[in-house]
Design a protein around this ligand. Structure first.
Ligand SMILES: CC(C)=CCC/C(C)=C/CC/C(C)=C/CC/C(C)=C/COP(=O)(O)OP(=O)(O)O
Ligand SMILES: O=P(O)(O)OC[C@@H](O)CO
Ligand SMILES: [Mg+2]
Length: 249
């Protein structure tokens, strides 16, 4: 509750202090029971994750979203909605990633959902965090649904161009997404290439399954690492990733 409306500032201040953060993606469709959610959330929080992202592309209802958000209330880190569409807006959250899928072919995912969502967000007094969402490589369900023209893993110039465009549009973050469950994450070389030239904070996710790749990505300049599937599939490994990123063994 204390963080409501102050999440962007909280993240930027924490980044200034700690240089690298970790966000835990929880999918309300995949987490079935309150016990399971409590167990997972407690472990992630104790390992030092910096925020909960709540979302999923398929199967997520507003009811499930609210159930997860309200169960997480006791944790003093931001609870941020990661929306796949306009049905996933809830006043229980501390903030919402106001994602524009910059490499979509469908205007709905660039500005269409946004004009429908904006008056609702205003009415609920929810904090919207302007985020350029760019899908790379594998793409997964988000790319399919969002009609993204995915950027090849090795086309660093193209990823840089989108990142610069997001920066010049005044967005607060760029989320470089390889797709949920990607067999290969975004390459660290792509991150260092972009980071040399841009200042906008980078959120990097998709297919990050181990501490070594997570650390290589942060060393290359990723500001925030997101893990989702590994939390669902192997919580111990997810905890190692968090501790590794935060140097908190
Ligand atoms: C501004 C508002 C309210 C909505 C905009 C919505 C936009 C632009 C979405 C972009 C396209 C999209 C489908 C993004 C999905 C992002 C997301 C929640 C990814 C994580 O989910 P997955 O892990 O891919 O989902 P599954 O687990 O269901 O496969
Ligand atoms: O589920 P994973 O592969 O960790 O991906 C996380 C996130 O970037 C997906 O939107
Ligand atoms: Mg998922």
């Amino acid at each position: 509750m204390k963080l409501k409306g102050k999440v962007k500032k909280y993240i930027l201040d924490k980044l200034a202090d700690e240089k690298r953060l970790h966000f835990s993606l929880l999918d309300p469709y995949k987490i079935k029971t309150e016990n399971e959610l409590n167990y997972i959330a407690k472990n992630l929080y104790e390992a030092g994750t910096d925020a909960f992202l709540i979302g999923g592309t398929l199967g997520v209802s507003k009811e499930r979203l609210d159930f997860v958000l309200s169960s997480l209330e006791e944790y003093e880190i931001p609870k941020i909605i990661f929306p796949s569409n306009i049905n996933l807006i809830s006043e229980i959250a501390d903030a919402l990633l106001f994602l524009s899928l910059l490499n979509s072919d469908d205007i709905y995912y660039i500005i269409g959902a946004h004009i429908v969502a904006a008056p609702i967000i205003k009415m609920l007094q929810l904090e919207a965090i302007p985020t350029g969402y760019v899908i790379i490589g594998y793409g997964g369900t988000a790319a399919h649904v969002g009609r993204a023209r995915v950027i090849p893993y090795d086309n660093f110039e193209l990823a840089l161009a989108y990142t610069l465009a997001a920066e010049y549009l005044g967005m607060s973050f760029v989320y470089l997404e390889a797709g949920s469950g990607a067999p290969e994450p975004v390459r660290p070389e792509m991150i260092s290439f972009i980071k040399k030239i841009t200042n906008i904070p980078l959120i990097v996710g998709g297919g990050i399954k181990g501490v070594d790749i997570a650390r290589r990505l942060t060393e290359a300049g990723a500001d925030i690492i997101v893990t989702g599937n590994i939390i669902e599939n192997d919580l111990e490994r997810a905890i190692k990733i968090i501790r590794g990123i935060k140097n908190n063994w």
